[in-house]
Design a binder for this molecule. Structure first.
Ligand SMILES: NC(=O)c1ccc[n+]([C@@H]2O[C@H](COP(=O)([O-])OP(=O)(O)OC[C@H]3O[C@@H](n4cnc5c(N)ncnc54)[C@H](OP(=O)(O)O)[C@@H]3O)[C@@H](O)[C@H]2O)c1
Length: 377
């Protein structure tokens, strides 16, 4: 499709201020240029704390007005003159992580957060401001990963995996914990603590760790939610440990099933005072690894002596690397990691742009393992 075939205008959700609700508006359709793909958005993911991002509660910095959004599944509508493999018509995963082409350390989250460097702010305030809660999105060519549509969408009897397009939007939720788990080299057969495991990204971490061949100890505040999670996953490779606030007792519980190789944290800011990080670190074997992916903004106490004497490795991870996206898509196309009903996962809601408020509520209320919400503009 050439740019002429794109409609002159399209509909997009626009955030003008954190003080007033977003609004659906008609805007000029973005056009392709060098380095650009224009993608018709089919299903854009909604994360559990989307409302807090756009009402200012989270204080995420981003330019306004902004077309919000995040990673999505879409179909390439037009490409710039320098595209060498991406073609109109292809089904793609659009990654919300945009990096400077001349310096990948200038990185930001399209539609969500401008990042922390002058370069990342320049990119989000300029060329790549608007995101995917729109009929069409203008994205960097390299953020589009082509999906094997035949394999993913064809019915099972025809050798496909029988997914719906909106089920594929969960890829972006799985990618976040995959970034951290891969970063600490999680191996098949190892045991990893995921904590807290009952939230959106925590639940995704359980699924990813299992697909990577690990055994999981799911930790959380609510035993009933943990038991439900274990039941849903099945397969006998998930154990659960409720957080009691007693650091030593919880560390002991975590070691009940033998050596623990890794600890993965994905706490929200509200968990800053929770004791689970200390318990998780104390439960590790010598040489164990820690991935800190949580959004805690305060300092957190670390058992320094144990980290030193036990030769532990502590790594922070923000999101994931570009290569991780390709690896994850391979895992999904191979059927090792299931994203649809066959894996016990469900899309709790598919909402139009006008229904953004209901979409944010659905995502907030259904943040558990395998539940996803999409906006289908
Ligand atoms: N590093 C990165 O790249 C990256 C990327 C995305 C997100 N994050 C961070 O990850 C955090 C979690 O995301 P999410 O989508 O999983 O959030 P979520 O769906 O809101 O889940 C929050 C989880 O934290 C638990 N929790 C809440 N308050 C707690 C407390 N005081 N003590 C212990 N546990 C508590 C909840 O347990 P209950 O079920 O008991 O309520 C639930 O398991 C986000 O807030 C964000 O900051 C980081």
């Amino acid at each position: 499709m050439s740019s002429q075939e794109l409609p002159k205008t399209h509909r997009a959700l626009v955030v003008h201020s954190t003080d007033i609700p977003p609004n659906v508006e008609t805007l000029p359709t973005p056009q392709p240029g060098p380095g650009v793909a224009i993608v018709r958005i089919l299903a854009a993911n909604v994360i559990s704390f989307m409302r807090q991002i756009y009402n200012g509660e989270r204080q995420y910095p981003y330019p306004k007005p902004l077309v919000p959004g995040t990673s999505a599944i879409g179909r390439v509508a037009a490409v710039g003159p320098d595209a060498t493999s991406l073609k109109p018509g292809q089904l793609v995963h659009v990654d919300c992580l945009i990096r400077g082409r001349d310096d990948p350390d200038n990185v930001f989250l399209a539609g969500i957060h401008e990042g922390y460097t002058e370069g990342s702010k320049k990119l989000m305030h300029g060329e790549w401001k608007d995101s995917t809660y729109a009929e069409y999105a203008k994205v960097p060519l390299e953020t589009c990963d082509v999906l094997d549509e035949k394999r993913l969408l064809s019915p099972l009897p025809e050798g496909g995996l029988g997914y719906e397009v909106e089920e594929l939007a969960y890829i972006s939720g799985l990618l976040v914990p995959f970034g951290g788990l891969k970063d600490i080299g999680l191996q098949a057969g190892e045991t990893v603590i995921v904590s807290p495991a009952t939230g959106g990204f925590g639940g995704a971490a359980v699924l990813v760790a299992l697909a990577m061949g690990a055994r999981v100890i799911a930790m959380g505040r609510d035993r009933a939610k943990l038991e439900k999670l274990r039941e849903k996953v099945g397969g006998g490779r998930v154990e659960v440990v409720p957080m009691t606030g007693d650091v030593e007792a919880d560390a002991k519980s975590l070691k009940k099933w033998g050596e623990v190789d890794a600890f993965f944290d994905i706490s929200p800011p509200e968990a800053a005072k929770s004791t689970h990080i200390k318990s998780g670190i104390l439960a590790l074997r010598k040489g164990g690894r820690v991935s800190l992916m949580g959004g805690i903004r305060e300092d957190v106490g670390v058992p320094h002596g144990r980290v030193m004497h036990w030769n532990l490795t502590l790594k922070g991870k923000w999101m994931y690397e570009r290569d991780d996206i390709k690896s994850m898509i391979k895992m999904i196309e191979a059927g090792v990691l299931k994203v649809g009903k066959s894996g016990g996962l469900r899309v709790v809601g598919k909402f139009g742009l006008e229904d953004w408020d209901a979409a944010f509520t659905a995502a907030e209320k259904n943040a558990g393992m395998g539940d996803s919400t999409v906006i289908a503009p």
